[in-house]
Design a protein around this ligand. Sequence first.
Ligand code: 0A1
Ligand code: ZN
Length: 864
Amino acid sequence: MRTDTPVSVKLENYTPYPFAIDNVSLDFSLEPEATRVRTRMQVRRLGPGEFVLDGVGLLLNSIKLNGDELSLEDYERDDETLRLRSVPDAFTFETEVVINPAANTALSGLYISGGRFCSQCEATGFRHITFWPDRPDVMSRFHVRMDADKARYPILLSNGTPGDSGDLPDGRHYAEWDDPHPKPSYLFALCAGDYDVWRDSFTTMNGDHVDLGVYVDKGQADRAQWAMESLKASMKWDEERFGRAYDLGVFNIVAVRDFNFGAMENKGLNIFNSAYVLANPESATDADFEAIESIVGHEYFHNWTGNRITCRDWFQLCLKEGLTVFRDQEFSSDLRSRPVQRIKDVMRLRGRQFAEDAGPLAHPVRPQSYGSIDNLYTATVYEKGAELIRALTVLIGDEAFNRGMQIYFDEFDGTASTIEDFYSCFEKASGRDLSQFRIWYAQAGTPEVTVDESWDEKKSTLTIKLTQKTPATPKQSEKKPVPIPLRAALLDGRGGHCTADGWENGETVIILDEAKKKVEVKLPEGAARPLLSINREFSAPVRIKRDLGTAQLLELASAETDPFNIWDNFQTLSKTEIFRLLDDPQSPPDAELVRAIADAVRHNESDPAFAALLTALPEIGELFQEREPVDPTGLNEARKRLRHALAETLMVDASRILSEPTPTPFAPNAEQAGIRALRTAMIGLTGALGTQDAARQLKSLFDQAANMTEKLACLRSLIPIESMERDEAIEAFYADWKDNPLVIDKWFAVQAGQGKAADAERLSQHPDFDLSNPNRVRSVAAAFAMTNLAEFHAPDGSGHKVIGDIIEEADKRNPALAARLLTSFEQWKKLEPVAKASAKATLERLRDGGLSKNAMDIVARALD
Ligand code: 0A1
Ligand code: ZN
């Protein structure tokens, strides 16, 4: 086990690869413990330099240059590379290696899951398969041939479209696949095994026929239907919104139970974590259906933003990820409710990315260096990256943005590009210099915008003073102002807007591009003071600070015309109230605020998905960012008191809503999901009462629940209430679903997410806990450490210990998984002294015990 801090890779050291490899043939003879891989590539020199290939853990049988076997003096090899000092300007290079997929517990490269072969090559998995310049700017046409035992592996898949296939002696068979589109190695994929397939087809806007297939475990084909519907919707949406059609005759998705991430966009052969493919009305929640739709969309949209145009190097990761998250968010907004989608996206951003940006792991959307590439797949690169694209659309307008995207597709198709290339398209489209906007990509930390208003009655003028400040982050103490596009409106207090010079319909976009800015708004003479609505739709990823009291915020909330800001005003009010309750434990929750939230919920019942979001108080993770040192236990108590008061106020409504029948037959559409969202919000509030009576009510709802969304909500709400009903529900749920691993993952997650450290410990000892399955490990460790912060950071250190122990074990098999779990410690420096000391001691214990490179990268930065 390595314990050194990884050496960092730097953007400034980028140099182009000195060779082109136009074509490559890969020949796999598949056996779980000894797969033979023959690689034959045609190489052309582009500039001076050595011929260096990456290769890790490969048993080398043979190397040939222009057909001649090389001897040991002809090349150099170390643990990570193969190097030939002198090669001709054009040559054929061949290698034969043997790999052991069955022993690959890290799940990077070629591995076995559920007895089937599958691959994961992003970011650097391909070097575990064969020798290759494993970097995204080397793009080749891949021809793949594989042979395998026909009975065990009847289906053989790779990228592109199928070619020749047939039987071989000894019960084996073979198949060939051709991908005509040059691609980097991280998009290579191979799957082999026995699957059931859900098939369909799609005709593109160009009239081309595409065969679609979703490959799943035997007997589960009907659970692939929703993924297929989502795929067809994605294909249509990308044509309509961005004019992008699919470019091969085949598109396949394979579901895999053991997978480190959500899914992977390999060209023509997407590989998915089965959690984001399999769903039927009995076993999946609305959140599952929604996630499948969005992730299928995300991976499909990568075909243009990621695959046709890829990244020059991994520093440009946000080029494909931020843009593709933006595209999947837009897809979900168009298919479902735009304001509800926006609120959910911002909740995610604030809960994960703002936290990351405020801690020791903070980094720019395009970092200047990294220690371990796997750890660069962060909320900052994905979520903040998407927010920057959204802010760009506000800055230059939708029309220029859409034109810029078309320029990007036209000019950079088939290339490995950079953020500069991307922005050059929007400079052309908008005629503006976007160099200042690019500072967003280089600077870590969430800008804080202070808004100060004053009203001059005599002059009928509203003066808005804005300032911006980005806090210092690790290794970046000086920050420059960034252009912050703030959508704004002047509210008249009667549900409309006031007109003013330059504010069409009372709305405008204020660009705050300096440290300070003063905006004077002249209203018609005699006008009443307007209320200012700012950062509408969350147009920029910043924290807004306004010095408004509860009464003013309530007034603002009732005057608001932007659904996002209505919700956000209640979030701000609730945050302030929770801190007041924390500081004054004897004080009762503010009745006026509770009444206002309850009224807003009632008032919006006709938009139940939105009403449900109004009942959600800010999560502890978000509250963390407001105060230092932070006492998670105290915060949790204060939050619970406010929630209890809200529950009491809304109980009559809850009984009424829950006594109405749930929609049947079940359909996973937005309309039904909205109704269930409000029902589950009411289930949650019932649980917040915490009484035995509530437990009885929840158990009866649990027993009758007609869908997984409501059943799981009842179980979640019952868990914190010590009662016979709770224990019975836990047992009954397990008995009903023990054969469905995805549902049992939820069973683990609700208990870890609502329980104590002792519960997480007990769950980690359960016979169904499985360290080799990332979903199962996350269902306990991530659910506890990332969603149950008060218990995770309990001052007695019990939470830190149990998670530390799981990470230590997980790291021995799967460093990427362990590293991700370690990020749950990222807020440790903000904790109150006792929990802080325990978190630090746990991180030091892990460091001193020896860790993988991935895990060490996180621990070293966290402790720095
Ligand atoms: N590119 C995939 C997700 C992914 C991220 C990291 C990986 O390995 C380090 C693998 C896959 C996506 O954005 O969906
Ligand atoms: Zn992606």
